[in-house]
Design a protein around this ligand. Sequence first.
Ligand SMILES: [Zn+2]
Ligand SMILES: [Zn+2]
Length: 308
Amino acid sequence: MIPFQVTIIGSGSAIPSLHRAATSQLVHHNGSYLLIDCAEGTQLLLKKLKISPMRIDHILVSHLHGDHYFGLAGLINSLHLIGRIAPLHIYGPAQLFDIIDLQLKVAETSLRFPLIFKPLIPDGKHLVFEIRQLKIWSFPVKHRIPTWGFHLTEKMSETNLDEHSKESHNPFACEPSITQKGGAGLHKLNKMQFLSEKIEADVSPARSYAYCTDTAFCPDTASFIKGVDLLYHEATFMENLAKTAEATFHSTTKQAAEIARMSGAGKLIIGHFSSRYTDLDPLLEESRIIFQKTDLALDGMTFNIGDK
Ligand SMILES: [Zn+2]
Ligand SMILES: [Zn+2]
């Protein structure tokens, strides 16, 4: 089975603690890496995890609270300093472009690499971008400011493709034109490499991952991510602080578990824990009352998507 994993870089909330960094995750799918949110300290934590930021080509930003993007300008600057030339794609709220642009302008930094920004669409579920065998979708969640969740779905396996589609993937049918724009011009991908990766992908079932933070309890979320294999949902508070959760547009453990149950998720990982909690076991136990297949998303942990 081709790798499809998420590594939790930070599982904390607004105030980072010694135990938990603020929110960021790295998704790896068959050699492609993408970052979801980029809190302060993310680039140092990537170093600690021995992951080169040069491998990241796509960054998704859920919303403009600092615990989700205050590390972005620093990461972009470091990539510039260490000589990146490959394009970097960023997807996030429309104002994010102006913020980054201003930070670069006042520092008189002219990046060596193209920074390609695409704003997220406010309503409904939308395809944000695709990479090889993965589609990345956005959908709105319920927070104090506009915020998006993300749904990452593998493209349909060969066995599910219709005859016409199969023909279009036949290596002998025609010469495929596979090109990609790079910083220094137009590069052709290695055709045979592409085809062999395609064949490898076809033997595994389509898997999916969903990322939902920050959000109040929002039943609509379940309809956007039906049948998801692995769901990351915030559980900032325990149930006895349900009123605080509601007032701050966050979720409790039981509400996260309820979304997992409603969406028919294979597995739930909870995170974005309030810094008031040092022992997380009570949060795990509370979530498991409603959804047994819950785990804690702790800093540095890697989860294989599709694992039962
Ligand atoms: Zn947050
Ligand atoms: Zn927030």
